[in-house]
Design a protein around this ligand. Structure first.
Ligand code: PMV
Length: 342
C-alpha cells in the first residue's frame, strides 16, 4: 500500500438556492447559479490509499463497512474521475474511508462536503493529470468534478462566500464555483436548528425533476433568479445585512413555493420549521440581525452576525420540537491535511 491522502472539506448552505437541472445532460448541470456560505463547524474528512490487492474500490465510513448504496455512489464517482476525457491517472483501486464531524443522520447536507472531500482526495491519490500538459487540476476543475457528484458539492471546495456559476456550455466547462468574498471579509454565523433527523422523503434530484415537470412556478423561478444573484453579490460586497436578509429569505421562499406547487406536492417544512421562521422574523423586528433559509429538509438555518449568534441559538433552542442547535462560523476552502482527526 502507498501513502494515505486525507482531504477535508466543509459543508455549505446556499443563500441563493440552486434548484433545477439543465435538461439533456448527464453532467449534473444546474439550471441556475447559486451563492453559498461555507461552514467552519461541519466537515467531512476522506482518506484514500491505493491498494494493489483490491479488485474494486473499498469504501468504509469511520473504518466500518459502508452501506451498499453509499459505496455504490462513491465507486461511481471514482470511476467517473478515472474515465474523464483529457485526464489520466492511476487505474488501481483504492480504499476510501470517510467520516463527518457532525451527525450524518441528522438531516444536515453531507453530500456537499462529502463529494468535495472525495474529489480532492481522489485527485491526489489517483494522481489525475491532464493528457495535454500533464498539468494538475485547478480548483475550477475540482469544482466541476465535485458538481457531477452533487451540485452543492461544487461550492464546498471553496471557503467564505461562494458563487456556483450556471454556465452556458453543454460540456459544463464554465459551470464551477468561485470565491465571492473570504470568510474574514464579513464574519457571519450560521445557527442550524435540527428538528427531524430522518432522511428526507424525496431526494433533491428527484424533487428538482418533478418540480421542473409539473410546477407552474418553475419557469418564473428560473426567470427571476439572476436578479437575486445580482442583489446578493452586491449585498455581500457592501456587507449590507438588511439587503442580504431580504434576498436570502425571498430566494428560499420562492424555491419552497415552487416545490409546494409540484405534483405531488413537495412540502419540506414541518411544524417546528415554521415556528423557527416566525421566531427569526420576530427577532429581526426586535433589532437582531438574522434571517432564515431552508433546504430540501425541515432544518432551519439562521444566518446572523457573530455577535447575535448566542441570542439566536437561545431563541431557537426554546422552540418545542427543535432537538438540537449547531452554531458555525464561516469556514475556509477544502484542503489536504497531514493530521486527520483522531
Ligand atoms: O446538491 P444537491 O443535489 O444536494 O441539491 C441541493 C439543493 C438545495 O440544497 C435545496 C439548494 C442548494 O443550493 O444547496
Amino acid at each position: 500500500m502507498n501513502d494515505t491522502i486525507t482531504a477535508r472539506a466543509h459543508s455549505n448552505i446556499a443563500l441563493i438556492k440552486y434548484w433545477g437541472k439543465r435538461a439533456h445532460s448527464n453532467l449534473n448541470l444546474p439550471a441556475v447559479g447559486s451563492i453559498s456560505v461555507t461552514l467552519d463547524a461541519l466537515f467531512t474528512e476522506t482518506s484514500m490509499s491505493i491498494d494493489p490487492t483490491l479488485t474494486a474500490d473499498r469504501v468504509t465510513i469511520d473504518k466500518r463497512a459502508a452501506p451498499e448504496d453509499f459505496s455504490r455512489k462513491v465507486c461511481a464517482h471514482l470511476n467517473l474521475l478515472r474515465t474523464m476525457p483529457e485526464w489520466h491517472g492511476t487505474q488501481a483501486f483504492t480504499h476510501v474511508d470517510t467520516r463527518n464531524n457532525f451527525p450524518t443522520a441528522a438531516g444536515l447536507a453531507s453530500s456537499a462536503s462529502g463529494f468535495a472531500a472525495l474529489t480532492l482526495a481522489a485527485s491526489h491519490c489517483l494522481d489525475l493529470r491532464s493528457t495535454k500538459e500533464n498539468a494538475l487540476p485547478s480548483i475550477q476543475h475540482l469544482s466541476q468534478w465535485a458538481r457531477m457528484g452533487s451540485g452543492s458539492a461544487a461550492r464546498s471546495l471553496l471557503g467564505g462566500f461562494v458563487e456556483l456559476h450556471r454556465g452556458e456550455k453543454s460540456d459544463g466547462s464554465d459551470c464551477f464555483a468561485e470565491p465571492l468574498a473570504t470568510a474574514a471579509h464579513w464574519p457571519l454565523s450560521m445557527v442550524i436548528a435540527i428538528s427531524d433527523a430522518r432522511p428526507k422523503p424525496v431526494g433533491s434530484t428527484r424533487g428538482m425533476n418533478l418540480c421542473a415537470e409539473t410546477s407552474p412556478y418553475y419557469r418564473p423561478w428560473l426567470e427571476n433568479h439572476p436578479a437575486d444573484l445580482h442583489e446578493a453579490r452586491s449585498a455581500i460586497l457592501h456587507k449590507d445585512f438588511d439587503r442580504l436578509s431580504a434576498v436570502v429569505e425571498h430566494s428560499c421562499m420562492k424555491m419552497h413555493a415552487c416545490m409546494m406547487a409540484t405534483t405531488p406536492a413537495l412540502v419540506y417544512f414541518q411544524g417546528p420549521s415554521i415556528d423557527a421562521m416566525h421566531t427569526v422574523v420576530s427577532l429581526r423586528r426586535s433589532g437582531v440581525p438574522v434571517c432564515f433559509t431552508m433546504d430540501a429538509g425541515p432544518q432551519l438555518k439562521a444566518l446572523c452576525t457573530t455577535a447575535a449568534a448566542d441570542t439566536v441559538r437561545t431563541a431557537l433552542s426554546a422552540i418545542p420540537g427543535i432537538r438540537s442547535v449547531i452554531v458555525s462560523a464561516l469556514g475556509n476552502e477544502a484542503y489536504i491535511t497531514d493530521s486527520p482527526s483522531p
